[in-house]
Design a protein around this ligand. Structure first.
Ligand code: SF4
Ligand code: SF4
Ligand code: SF4
Length: 328
């Protein structure tokens, strides 16, 4: 039940006063954004239409204190479909700005920098799609040096910076390299303790969690795992770490497949671009070293390609045939 006494009629104006927030006035509450948004697959409680509606009628307290306002990743997948051409992500950002001003904070997790390891190289600041990392001065042994600092209010936990940092200074809960390695090698898979029947190639697939459009699609891929296939999900294909790919090849995988969303459909703006670029670079290195570029492949799974991953895995397996194992 909505009590008029709990509504703040000034909230609409407050949101509209922040650049981007003025779009709130034009929302028809048609629900097209909610039907488009991928976040709802993981969290059905996230409903951008409802957030905008509540904000529009002045449910200030409820909107600002809700965890859902932090879930929009500004992917803008909904924008081209909105009949009112509303950048919902900008309205969300305006609402978050007010929430931060009022002392609310995102539920996390967010990336963290180990200041003792950080060299201040700024690779992460350039890699972050959200501009969530800045460099700040710190005094060490009486000398000033710059180190990276993550703004937890802006970090969307894509993990891209974790893979980008050359000194391993950034970590993000659940996708640290150690954790990914554990998932890659669970049950002795990476060490090839059990070889596939018929000499089938052993493929490790790093799969962006957002490229799987439904739980059923993900369950189907997970069920395919056996001696010849190991699937490790990532928050984003931009999180793929070339060092882990090379490690997998060195430890006994015949091929590594990296799966990202279609270009323009990336949940984290430019994760697909980064993931594809890293794999392209890796392929050229593998070719130059005589290992062969076919050992590593990047594929984009577009929204309209639901259920296509098993065929893409089979295609890579066919291309690999019965390759000689990479060692060393
Ligand atoms: S910008 Fe992306 S995450 Fe945000 S509401 Fe739209 S589709 Fe959902
Ligand atoms: S990439 Fe790593 S070492 Fe470089 S500034 Fe960022 S956290 Fe520090
Ligand atoms: S996890 Fe993603 S959003 Fe967060 S600081 Fe790193 S690159 Fe930026």
């Amino acid at each position: 039940m909505i009590r008029s006494s709990e509504l703040d009629p000034g909230f609409l104006q407050e949101v509209m006063a922040i650049p981007g927030g003025e779009n709130l006035l034009h929302c028809w509450s048609c629900g097209t954004c909610a039907a488009t948004c991928l976040v709802r697959r993981y969290d059905p409680s996230f409903n951008p239409r409802l957030i905008l509606r509540k904000a529009g009628i002045g449910m200030r307290q409820e909107v600002l204190s809700s965890r859902e306002i932090w879930l929009c990743s500004a992917c803008d997948a909904c924008y081209p479909r909105c009949p009112q051409e509303i950048h919902i992500s900008e309205v969300m950002r305006a609402i978050r700005t007010i929430a931060i001003r009022d002392g609310y904070a995102p539920p996390g997790p967010s990336a963290e920098v180990d200041s003792a390891l950080c060299s201040g190289c700024a690779v992460c600041t350039r890699a972050c799609p959200y501009g969530a990392i800045d460099r700040v001065p710190v005094i060490v042994d009486g000398l000033e040096r710059m180190i990276a600092q993550v703004d937890p209010n802006t970090c969307m936990a894509c993990g891209i910076c974790v893979a980008a940092c050359p000194s391993g200074s950034i970590s993000l809960e659940a996708v640290r390299n150690e954790e990914l390695l554990t998932r890659m090698s669970a049950g002795g898979w990476l060490a090839g303790q059990s070889q596939p029947e018929g000499g089938k190639p052993r493929i490790l697939a790093f799969v962006c969690q957002w490229s799987m459009r439904s739980d059923a699609e993900w369950a189907e891929v997970e069920a395919m795992q056996d001696d010849s296939l190991r699937v490790v999900n990532l928050p984003c294909s931009g999180r793929v770490d070339p060092a882990l790919v090379l490690l997998a090849l060195a430890e006994g995988a015949d091929g590594v497949l990296v799966v990202g969303c279609g270009e323009g459909e990336c949940h984290y703006k430019r994760g697909t671009y980064l993931g594809r670029g890293k794999v392209a670079l890796l392929r050229s290195v593998l070719e130059q070293t005589g290992i062969g570029m076919e050992r590593v492949r990047f594929v984009e799974l577009e929204a309209l390609q639901r259920g296509a991953l098993p065929a893409l895995i089979a295609d890579m397996a066919a291309a690999l045939g019965q390759p000689a194992r990479v060692s060393g």
